[in-house]
Write a protein that binds this ligand. Structure first.
Ligand code: SAH
Length: 306
């Protein structure tokens, strides 16, 4: 059975933010910060937490890279410790089965962009009338809206989306981007992932959000899409720089209709130039970048047909 490593540190409010930011580089689905001793609903909203009362917690896959990841995290925290006192990280191994549940405890509503509100499926909220609300039960798939790469995509999507577009979500994870596009009146969304579990969860999340009829989720990748004749007005690709670059050599740009647009995320700042060069080689024109911390999103368009 697959396992996860939980990493947690108990710190004060000042350290928590920097630490959460740092840990996001390794942790699947982002990092949660919670009050250490009191349940959150017992605290007044404006109560400032006393020192040493926050726990920063994240999860990464337990595999043959675990020792290297732990070493990298320890080293990063060691560097931080030179500037501000940091405790030793505590590591626990968690079974895959328990992890989905473990995560739930630390997953809270997130507001992104101007009107997107990600709501954990088990929490009730009162949205504003214009809000685009996405209820998510992330299960074991990536995409809870807490990760900077996902947030950058949602912000870009909010700006680029228009009613009636055909959208492709390549590497759909939990389906968060596909659902956001569907709720912003896409004509249809194709959601694809190499991980069958992600495809299953995308289907479930689409149904829970009332947009199942608009989203076709299936297992696959670029090859399956390129060999079908389907082309899209907007491509959402939040994978990783090296995967995007490899896909560019396999005609990634052809997925986008002439005059269409695409966003690419999962790119560390240093890799952005290489990704842009690869995009140009596949016929796409990088037009803008967005950045959150070290993460960059690249917006591109395909020139209109002559
Ligand atoms: N779109 C979601 C999830 C991004 S995580 C979000 O923005 O939050 C990246 C997803 O891409 C994972 O679910 C992973 O399984 C999938 N993936 C990785 N490599 C892929 C490939 N070559 N083809 C298709 N999907 C891939």
């Amino acid at each position: 059975m697959a396992q996860w490593v939980e990493v947690s540190l108990r710190v004060d409010g000042e350290a928590a933010e920097a630490l959460a930011y740092e840990l996001q580089r390794w942790c699947h689905q982002g990092v949660a910060v919670e009050y250490a001793d009191l349940p959150q609903d017992k605290l007044d909203e404006d109560q400032v937490p006393p020192p040493e009362m926050l726990i920063v917690r994240g999860y990464f896959a337990h595999d043959d890279r675990t020792p290297a990841t732990q070493q990298a995290i320890n080293q990063a925290i060691g560097y931080m410790n030179m500037l501000y006192p940091m405790p030793q990280p505590v590591y626990h191994i968690v079974d895959d089965e328990d992890w989905g549940e473990a995560w739930k405890k630390h997953y809270h509503p997130v507001r992104i962009g101007r009107r997107i509100l990600i709501r954990p499926a088990w929490i009730d909220l009162q949205p504003q009338p214009e809000d685009v609300v996405i209820a998510l039960d992330p299960g074991m798939a990536f995409g809870t809206g807490t990760h900077p790469t996902t947030q950058l995509c949602l912000e870009a999507l909010e700006d680029l989306m228009q009613p009636g577009l055909d959208v492709i979500d390549l590497g759909c994870g939990s389906g968060i981007l596909a659902i956001a596009a569907a709720k912003m009146q896409a004509a249809k969304v194709v959601a694809v992932d190499i991980d069958p579990l992600a495809v299953k969860i995308t289907g479930e999340n689409a149904a829970a959000n009332g947009v199942a009829a608009l989203i076709q989720a299936h297992t696959g990748s670029l090859e399956t899409l390129i060999t079908s004749a389907r082309r899209f007005d907007l491509a959402l690709v939040n994978i990783l720089a090296r995967t995007i670059i490899a896909m560019c050599a396999e005609h990634l740009g052809d997925l986008v209709r002439p005059g269409g647009r695409a966003i690419f995320s999962g790119i560390i700042h240093d890799q952005a130039d290489d990704v842009e060069a690869a995009l140009r080689r596949t016929g796409l024109l990088p037009v803008a970048r967005r950045q959150q911390g070290d993460w960059v999103l690249i917006e591109a368009r395909r020139p209109p047909a002559e």
